[in-house]
Design a binder for this molecule. Structure first.
Ligand SMILES: [Fe+2]
Length: 359
């Protein structure tokens, strides 16, 4: 009998350094540059060792700064850099920061990027780093989607399940990731491949129907099992109805309310879609629901519409709430100013489609 809970890593651990070297090359690491590794108490030591070895091979200088915390997706915004004297100054001096936890929604990230430092986030398991590493053409596809989304003013999302949801955009910046940080100030995530922006305040309206097979990947890590109907009025969720999944979503948001009148957890947050052909919707069924196996993959599989709620400080807004849901949805049709870019969950703009590389 094999223990059911154990899934063996498929990547030969000895290949990890080569993988890091390839990734660092994509991040344009040059001899004489300084790489700062920002680790935490939960960081895989082999990631640090492979980073050291890869930096050595490329002639870069490298050191590790371990922060005194175990950050996680459900506790984003923790100021891991900047509390200790000198840490922010050191981070700004680095050419490349490699960070092993989520720095989103924290203020130091903006400071170091403004100083020109590139930032690469590594938060996925070794097998996924290998599988999801940015394939040929993904950068170009993401930049095309980025430019297309930047021009969009009115977006409509529909599905056969009953979603009919519209929003306007243009007030907040478009953000995109293609899996490596090669240019000054760029923040990216190894394994990524997606675009998003935030709706203009008050402009999101309609009904979002989440159906079985969609996911709630933050704060949970699960396929939705039953239909959830979400009513949105003027930028905020006004009703969540359904069974267990509806209760789980609502309970998380309700708990994040700072006071009985706080509606921020129910605000519509980043909205966008995935383009990484290396990511697969069925990965969570295949690999299990350990969050480390589902961070990049669940958010970036091609044609998913990523719905979310809560904070918008990452886009320059003022909502800081913890009430953040990330909900990748299948089978949606996404129309930008009358032009369909995703039809029933499939990317239809040929410039957004990238061939999958066998690995
Ligand atoms: Fe999110």
């Amino acid at each position: 009998m094999y223990p059911a809970a154990i899934r063996t890593q498929e990547l030969n651990p000895a290949k990890l350094t080569r993988l890091f070297r390839t990734q660092f090359e994509r991040c344009n690491v040059k001899p004489g540059e300084t790489i700062a590794l920002i680790s935490d108490l939960g960081t895989r030591r082999e990631f640090v060792q492979s980073s050291f070895a890869a930096a050595d091979e490329l002639g870069a200088d490298v050191y590790e700064m371990c922060v005194n915390s175990i950050p996680s997706w459900s506790k984003v915004g923790v100021p891991t850099i900047g509390r200790c004297k000198g840490t922010l100054e050191a981070a700004k001096q680095a050419d490349l920061i490699v960070i092993f936890h989520v720095p989103l929604f924290s203020s130091w990230l903006k400071d170091v990027r403004d100083a020109g430092t590139r930032v690469l986030m590594i938060i996925d398991a070794p097998d996924d780093l290998e599988q999801l590493m940015s394939p040929e053409g993904l950068k170009e596809a993401v930049l095309h989607a980025h430019a297309r989304l930047e021009r969009a003013r009115e977006i409509r999302v529909t599905s056969e399940a009953g979603t009919d949801f519209t929003y306007r955009c243009g007030d907040y910046p478009v953000m995109s990731q293609y899996g490596f940080a090669e240019s000054p100030g760029r923040f990216d995530h190894w394994g990524a491949g997606h675009v998003h922006t935030f709706p203009n305040e008050g402009s999101a309206n309609g009904r979002v129907v989440v159906q079985p097979g969609d996911m709630v990947i933050l704060p949970y890590c699960r396929y939705v099992q039953d239909r959830v109907e979400i009513e949105v009025r003027e930028g905020f969720i006004t009703r969540i109805e359904g069974g267990l999944d509806a209760k789980l979503m609502d309970d998380w948001l309700a708990e994040a309310m700072a006071d009985p009148d706080d509606r921020d957890p129910y605000a519509i947050s980043h909205l966008g879609w995935g383009l990484n052909p290396q990511s697969r919707w069925h990965a969570m069924a295949l690999n299990g629901d350990d969050p480390e196996r589902n961070r990049a993959s669940a958010r970036t599989f091609p044609g998913n519409f990523l719905f979310s709620t809560g904070p918008n400080t990452q886009g320059g807004g003022t909502r800081k709430t913890r009430g953040h849901l990330d909900v990748p949805m299948r089978d949606c049709t996404v129309v930008l100013d009358g032009e369909t870019v995703i039809e029933r969950g499939k990317l239809v703009d040929p410039k957004m489609r990238v061939p999958r590389e066998p690995r």
